[in-house]
Design a protein around this ligand. Structure first.
Ligand SMILES: Nc1ncnc2c1ncn2[C@@H]1O[C@H](COP(=O)(O)OP(=O)(O)OP(=O)(O)O)[C@@H](O)[C@H]1O
Ligand SMILES: [Mg+2]
Length: 507
């Protein structure tokens, strides 16, 4: 993809984060600090800009005004709106004013890159800019072409469970590490069975500010709270008749957990600020990359809700536990990424390169593999992907190509509540899913020095900055994962990134 993306944000840190996310994805970027400069930039070199990432709240000309000006000019550049003020109404106004998509800050680098890629793809295919209506419907069409690669025992089991799950409306909980294909599994379930032609509505519970979760899930009435200037239909109602995919369900705040439980039990949803509600017919699929049962044990997640959601568990295996699928996955992903990168041929991956890829333990799983292949494809000048194209992966292999030792499994009972109709109807012969495993704690050669070059203790802040920077690289910029692993909140993480001047990319 030959994309130059114009980033418009008055906050230099946000500009840098967005720049890092997009350049890492192989895109060229330009940046402006205000709306007027952005419009000038577009007027001067419009041909070179294939998408724009626009902050909504800026001094002077704000994002909505920029969108209006573009519309008046007839400029069709696709715009992804970013907003820190998580007001649904503002986001909807932006969509009305012609934005292609909107994201609520903080946005994970991979999500931003994906939104931009989607926008460019649609713009290049000559489709009109999305209206709020098409924006909603897009989710339904996205599930086309779900391609779950892997024929080893782990993926075969997952595919069998998908087939079983889609034969009924049983609630499914997909558990697995980041990047293992949970969303892909959810799309596969929704794309089969009786609801295949009905909407699939996806909600990332971790990406919505706490105070908006309820209104996004269940809707709100006009005037229900400050800033609610219009009535809003919730995701449950949007998904009526179809499937609702609640991603990162472990991030759901407590009050929303209570309301969700009620909605599942009664099939009845009540918009925020409404007197009554309505009945909905929704098939629920949820996903989590954290150990939910541990969250239940610490009281972070309601036990009754856990059992309601976890009627049919599907565990997506880590890539390191299914290295047998690696050659097939690499072939598939190289082809897909080559198409994405606009290459004419599909580069061959040498045996030496496969050996490097096979020895690595892939903490970011298939998504990380996909990113590595994309980066290698973009950087390679030979039309062949060889071991040196994966030098920084090789550098993490500890010298010896040792296989990564599995960690002892966490004991994780999966007994359903007594009143649940399942597992009596459990898939026959399918063994209990293996428990979620912790990533190996082995240091893989990384250590943060405690002494400086002067042989004196380094300041704690410098050690912390090193630890955070390593985590950013280790988890491939996945901010919620990084915050969780480091045991700090996401806003604290973002503050520290700003304080220490760490950008979201690998170092
Ligand atoms: N079995 C697979 N076959 C082909 N592609 C896969 C497979 N698993 C994952 N992928 C690809 O890897 C990327 C990540 O997958 P997905 O978004 O479904 O993971 P996830 O588990 O939801 O990750 P996260 O926890 O970070 O949200 C996607 O581009 C997806 O297409
Ligand atoms: Mg996901």
């Amino acid at each position: 993809m030959n994309a130059t993306v114009l980033i418009v944000d008055d906050d230099p840190v946000q500009r840098r984060l967005a720049e890092a996310a997009l350049t890492r994805d192989g895109m060229a970027v330009a940046a402006c600090g205000d709306g007027t400069a952005a419009l000038d930039h577009l007027a001067e070199r419009r041909d070179g800009v294939s998408a724009m990432v626009l902050d909504l709240v800026m001094p002077g000309m704000d994002g909505i005004a920029v969108l209006e000006a573009l519309r008046q000019r007839g400029d069709q550049v696709p715009v992804i709106v970013q907003t820190a003020k998580g007001s649904m109404d503002v986001a909807i106004s932006a969509m009305r004013a012609g934005a292609f998509d909107f994201l609520v800050k903080p946005v994970a680098p991979a999500k931003l890159a994906k939104a931009v890629r989607d926008a460019v793809k649609v713009a290049e295919s000559g489709q009109r800019r999305a209206t709020p209506e098409t924006f909603r419907k897009r989710a339904a069409s996205r599930r086309q072409g779900v391609d779950l690669i892997g024929n080893g025992p782990e993926m075969t089991r997952v595919k069998r469970l998908i087939a079983k799950a889609s034969a009924s409306d049983i609630p499914v909980l997909i558990e697995g590490e980041s990047g293992t294909g949970k969303e892909l599994v959810a799309r596969a379930i929704a794309g089969r069975g009786a609801r295949a032609t009905k909407p699939l509505v996806i909600v990332n519970c971790g990406a919505i500010p706490d105070n908006l979760v309820e209104s996004i899930l269940f809707g709100h009435e006009k005037g229900a709270f400050t800033g609610a200037t219009e009535k809003h239909t919730g995701k449950f109602v949007e998904a009526d008749g179809g499937t609702l995919f609640l991603d990162e369900i472990g991030e759901l705040p407590n009050a929303a957990q209570v309301k969700l439980l009620r909605a599942i039990q009664d099939g009845h949803v009540e918009p925020v600020g409404a007197r009554g509600g309505r009945t909905v017919d929704v098939r629920l699929v949820s996903a989590t990359n954290r150990d939910l049962i541990a969250a239940v044990q610490t009281g972070r997640f309601r036990e009754d809700l856990y059992y309601r959601l976890n009627v049919f568990p599907i565990l997506t295996p880590s890539l390191r536990s299914r290295t047998g699928d690696l050659p097939e996955l690499v072939d598939h992903l190289v082809e897909r990424q080559a198409r994405k990168a606009g290459l004419t041929g599909v580069p061959k991956v040498t045996d030496a390169a496969m050996e490097v890829l096979g020895a690595y333990d892939w903490p970011g799983n298939v998504r990380q593999l996909e990113n590595e292949l994309f980066r290698a494809l973009v950087l390679s000048e030979t039309g062949v992907l060889d071991a040196p194209d994966f030098a920084h992966i090789a550098a993490q292999l500890d010298g010896s190509r040792r296989p990564i030792a599995p960690m002892p499994a966490l004991d994780r009972p999966l007994a359903p509540a007594a009143d649940m109709p399942f597992p009596p109807a459990a898939p026959d012969g399918v063994p209990e899913p293996p428990p979620l495993r912790e990533r190996p704690a082995a240091d893989r050669g990384h250590c943060v020095p405690l002494l400086g070059a002067d042989d004196h203790a380094r300041p704690l802040a410098a050690i912390e900055a090193d630890a955070i920077s390593h985590a950013v690289s280790h988890y491939d910029g996945q901010m919620s994962e990084i915050a969780r692993r480091l045991g700090i909140g996401r806003s604290t993480l973002y503050r520290k990134l700003r304080e220490y001047g760490i950008v979201g990319g690998r170092n």
